[in-house]
Structure formats: structure tokens, C-alpha cells
Design a binder for this molecule. Structure first.
Ligand SMILES: [Zn+2]
Ligand SMILES: [Zn+2]
Length: 472
């Protein structure tokens, strides 16, 4: 497939040079340059049991070679240096990169945020990394840790002056990829031997990179009025060591061609004025005028969705997320979340992602309003996943959100006994909860669109049990 694609598109790209480039057909087929940059070399994040940073780096380099992509590796120079013996596995890994024909860049000695230390300490880190890189004939590119370039104009200016004095040039990023969100969950799945979860993570990763590449390409067209030479940011982590070929292939299918960082940064877009001063590390396309916080809300939503869908080891995913001010979701195990509706009194629902990707919501929050919020969260976190619901029992903490489920076209299953009790007592329960707090009318609709069948319930429960057993 890959070979066919290359031979099919290469002549088109050549035919579009010169005057032909103005024709509409060429606008479609011309390749968009992108420079691949890999941050946090020598290594960042966990490795699977038995793996090593050296072995994983070799796998990553092999994938870059296969796709003829020359990357720039941004080194965090204090990493992998044994302070006692002075021996540096860092150097071994840097040599792997340079021997394979890739460039090295400076990512500071300790990866400190510019806003997190004094300007002097921060610049000292840059200088120390410069010294450590010198024997490897590095490029003069510098990548800001976390892409943070100073939350005040003073910080920003002092950093710029310091970099200029060292003859370092900022390696801006346009396609900012949060691959680190998935790396820990990926390694955990690998260590468990959970191939389903690994596949789910990798396909979500590829989908996300494609969506991000399209988004940034469109943003360049909107803000700059043309396709630009892009710079994509990835990390030296286990996910890329094992699957970066799929990412490079996907970028190729999206119409990108790989160029060096020097070539990409020669695009005049990188000489435009930086219009953003603030605490967030941002794509260059978000930093040039007009700056709008709405732009990076997309990236934040992607990161949140991926980290909720594939909780890794970070504390924010362990402690869970707020759906709104009265609903919280917390991962219990891979593919299992508990959703707590905190008012009028804390009550739990369970979300289980079963083997075919279907989400099973067991019990609803108390009412339709909260259930709508849970449905919206599920749709955002698990795009395209089918949802089914089970009424665990006839109380409003088991079935109170049925109206919202039915309205969203979500099949609801319950036992015959629950169906019977709902039809007998549903209306009086509805009046009870109405007294406790104001609610949408008709939050319980006995028999309305619900599939009451013992068979169905038993089958669904079995599926859930199987999925849960598999996690243990
Ligand atoms: Zn970094
Ligand atoms: Zn109950």
C-alpha cells in the first residue's frame, strides 16, 4: 500500500512545479512540507518490562529511516547522565541519532519551564546543554521546554536576548502533538499483555494526529492565507518507538512530505511577530495574530478526552475529571470508570467499555439534566462509540435519567422486575425527587422506549462481567 501510494503521488508533485503550480489540480496534489522534531531525547516516560531506551531509540530510528524522514532530536542534556561515574548513556543515544543522519537541538539541561525558575537559572540550563551538545556538532536550534516562552514581556525578552547571545534560534512548532498523554497507558497495556487496549490506543493516536494535522493545516490557510512549511512535535517515548511508522504513513496520506527543520523554519511565517505573552506553551500558529484562546481549546479538549479514555499514571487521570459542578468521573481500572452524581446525595453510575468498543452505562445519575451531561461527556471522550444503558434498579439513582437516554437514542435495558416496579412506582418517585430539587418534567417514563427483557439484561450483564474479569 505504501509503495503504491508513493509511486502514484510522486509524479503529480513533480508536475506541479513552476507555472503548473497555479492550477487547481496542483493545489490539491502538491505536498505540504513538514519537519519532524522529536523532543525529550534521550528518553521520556516509561518503558515496557525488558525494554531499554537504547533499544527503543533504535526502533524509532528504523521507522524514521523507512520513511526517509530526517528529524531534529531535542535533547534534555541532564537526562541519563550518571553524576557519580560521569558516564552518560545520554551520549550513546545522541550518537545513535547523529549516526542515523538526524540533527540534535538544545532543549535545556533540566527541562525547566521559563516561568518556573529565575531567568538566570533558566539561561544557565540552556548554556550547560549547549556545552554538552558541542562534541556532537548540534544544530543551533533551541526548543523551549513545554513551549513556554515567558508569561511576562520581561521574561520573554530576557530569554530571547540570552538565546541570541548563544546564537540559538527558536525551533517553533506548528503541529503540536500531545503524544505524552497516551504513552503511560500504552506501556501499561503492553506490560499487561493487553493487545486490545494497545490497538485502541494506537488507533486513537493515529486518528488524533490526523485530526491535528488537518486542523493546523487549515489554521495556516485561514491565518496565513496559504499552506506553510509545518514543524511537528513528537516525543522520544515508547508509543513512538513502536508505532511512529503509522504516524509517518498517515502524514504522508494527508499530503505532507518530510523536510529538515532548517528548511521548514525558512518559511517566512516564522518571521512573523509573536503576539502571545502568557503562561501557556502554544503552537506558533496560535501565537501569531490574531490570537484567540478559542483556538487552543481544541487541543485542550483532545488531551482531556485522550487522557480520560486511556488513563495513564499521571495524578490528574488517577483522581479523575469533573464533568460539571455536580458530576465527577474517575477511572477504576482500564476501561472502567465510576461517575458520581454528587447532589442531592452522592450516587454512583458505572461506565464500562466492552471489547467491541461499546460503552455500557450502568445506572443513571438522579435525573435527565445530569444524565444529558454524562452523555455529552461520553460522546466527547469516546467519539463514535455506541452507548447502551442498564437500569440497575427502579430507584431514581438507577433509572432517573431514562428520559435523556431515550431522547439520545440510547437503548436502555432492565430486568422484568425493574420494569414492573418502574411502572408501579415511577410516578410517585418522580414526585418525591421533584420535591428535593427542581427537575425536568417526566424524568422517568415507564415503558417508554425501554427494552425490558430479562434475556437482554442477562446478556448485557454477562458482557460487562466478562470485560471486568478480563481487567483483573
Ligand atoms: Zn520537552
Ligand atoms: Zn437506589
Amino acid at each position: 500500500m505504501k509503495k503504491n501510494f508513493a509511486s502514484r503521488t510522486a509524479p503529480l508533485a513533480i508536475a506541479c512545479l513552476g507555472i503548473l503550480a497555479l492550477s487547481p489540480a496542483c493545489a490539491v496534489s502538491a505536498r505540504v512540507p513538514v519537519a519532524i522534531t522529536i523532543d525529550d531525547v534521550p528518553w521520556v516516560g516509561p518503558l515496557a518490562h525488558g525494554d531499554s531506551a537504547v533499544a527503543a531509540t533504535k526502533r524509532l530510528l528504523e521507522k524514521l529511516r523507512a520513511h526517509k524522514a530526517t528529524a531534529t532530536a531535542f535533547v534534555v542534556c541532564d537526562r541519563f547522565v550518571d553524576k557519580k561515574t560521569g558516564s552518560a548513556r545520554r551520549d550513546e543515544i545522541m550518537r545513535l541519532w547523529t549516526n542515523a543522519g538526524h540533527a540534535l537541538g538544545n532543549h535545556s539541561a533540566r527541562h525547566k519551564s521559563l516561568d518556573g525558575v529565575t531567568p538566570e537559572a533558566w539561561l544557565d540550563d540552556v548554556r550547560r546543554c549547549d556545552d554538552a551538545l558541542r562534541p556532537f556538532a548540534p544544530s543551533r536550534h533551541f526548543r523551549f521546554p513545554y513551549l513556554r516562552q515567558g508569561k511576562t514581556p520581561e521574561r520573554r525578552e530576557s530569554a530571547r536576548a540570552g538565546l541570541a547571545a548563544l546564537d540559538l534560534k527558536t525551533a517553533h512548532v506548528t503541529i503540536d502533538i500531545a503524544d505524552w498523554v497516551l504513552a503511560a497507558a500504552y506501556v501499561a497495556a503492553k506490560n499487561r499483555g493487553d493487545t486490545d487496549e494497545q490497538h485502541a490506543i494506537v488507533s486513537a493516536y493515529v486518528e488524533y494526529v490526523v485530526a491535528a494535522a488537518r486542523r493546523y493545516r487549515n489554521m495556516a490557510r485561514t491565518k496565513v492565507g496559504r499552506d506553510i512549511a509545518h514543524v511537528a512535535l513528537f516525543h522520544a517515548n515508547a508509543l513512538n518507538a513502536d508505532h511512529f511508522d503509522k504516524i509517518l504513513a498517515a502524514l504522508g496520506r494527508e499530503g505532507f512530505s518530510f523536510v529538515t527543520l532548517d528548511r521548514a523554519l525558512a518559511d517566512p511565517v516564522y518571521a512573523e511577530r509573536d503576539d502571545y505573552v502568557g503562561p501557556i506553551g502554544l503552537s506558533w500558529l496560535y501565537r501569531i495574530a490574531p490570537v484567540s484562546a478559542k483556538d487552543w481549546a481544541w487541543d485542550e479538549a483532545q488531551e482531556a478526552a485522550l487522557s480520560q479514555r486511556f488513563p495513564g499514571s499521571s495524578s490528574s487521570t488517577r483522581t479523575g475529571v469533573r464533568i460539571n459542578d455536580e458530576l465527577a468521573a474517575r477511572p477504576l481500572a482500564p476501561n472502567v470508570w465510576v461517575v458520581t452524581h454528587e447532589r442531592p446525595t452522592p450516587s454512583n453510575s458505572l461506565v464500562v467499555r466492552v471489547a467491541d468498543g461499546t460503552l455500557v452505562l450502568v445506572s443513571t445519575p438522579f435525573d435527565a439534566v445530569a444524565t444529558r451531561a454524562v452523555i455529552a461527556w461520553l460522546k466527547k471522550t469516546f467519539p463514535g462509540a455506541p452507548v447502551v444503558a442498564i437500569n440497575s434498579h427502579h430507584h431514581f439513582d438507577g433509572s432517573g435519567g431514562n428520559e435523556a437516554l431515550v431522547a439520545a437514542g440510547i437503548p436502555v435495558y432492565a430486568s422484568d422486575a425493574t420494569a414492573q416496579l418502574l411502572s408501579e412506582r415511577g410516578e410517585s418517585m418522580r414526585r418525591t425527587i421533584e420535591r428535593l430539587r427542581p427537575l425536568d418534567a417526566a424524568w422517568i417514563i415507564p415503558g417508554h422506549g425501554l427494552k425490558f427483557s430479562r434475556d437482554l439484561l442477562d446478556n448485557t450483564v454477562r458482557v460487562v462481567d466478562k470485560a471486568r474479569l478480563k481487567q483483573q
